[in-house]
Design a protein around this ligand. Sequence first.
Ligand code: CP
Length: 326
Amino acid sequence: MHSEGQSPHLPFGDQKGAPWRGRDILTVKQFSRSDLDYVFGVAHEMSVMVEQVGAIDLLKGKILANLFYEPSTRTSCSFMAAMQRLGGAVIPINEVKSSSVAKGETIGDTVRSLGCYADVVVIRNPEVGSAALAAEHAITPVINAGDGVGEHPTQALLDTFTIREELGRLDNLNVTLLGDLKNGRTVHSLARLLTRFEGITLHYVSPPTLRMPQEVVDEVAATGIAQTVHESLDEVLAETDVLYVTRIQKERFESAAAYEEVKDAFVVTPETLTRAKQAMIVMHPLPRVNEISVECDDDPRAAYFRQMEYGMYVRMALLALVLGRA
Ligand code: CP
């Protein structure tokens, strides 16, 4: 849905009229630094509200259609929880095989139809560009919950909010992205979003076959942010403020043999953390497989479950903003 007089290519703060109401959220490229400060301020207010009263009626009468063509626990459930904590309702479509998608209905017709019942559509689909395609046809705002190996903008927003809440700053940080940087859409969005801040250095640690795509590296380089590339975590661990671990994305590999070659390339253990700063955090978008051992979970630096909770507050803020109620 593109509102009259507004462009999907401009930051929210540069839009005419009500900058957020009715807008799609398709890519982190839509967010300026001041947009992020605003979203994070609203997300923080949401966290205080949940702690004090649990839920309010801000979105009473509003309905979210949650359209997931790929599996999800966190993104799907946190959008549902976010809507319910704001007094709204949800149409959950977590198994598209039981919808008319199974009869061959297009994304365009599906989101157009959902707009007859709902006020906002959240979509996850395996094709890059699918959320943008949905937005072209939708009569409601569309929020991208992951388009294949493309982007996962609300994850990057919650990741950045997590860093702000946990470390108290978003400037002057060494951020190490570890694992499957080729196929992990969360790191594509996060690297782009961190270019909005000052004094960030991005360290990419991966097997040679799973490096950060050149397109992302070039976009980040154009902003002047420093980037380094490594095959060993030891080269950057001691200076790391944020260690962002990702799963090797088995479902994106062309063969089982190719996956087997790299699946255990990096495993973070308590021993790994003995060589890291005390004032650092370990993040992971989850789900994890083997890449962080469960023995790390009780380390106060392990922020990945707190990260999930921050995600609900960010998604509450985004829903309130695009529905014109923040
Ligand atoms: N982080 C994330 O996108 O998790 P889900 O796949 O469970 O939604």
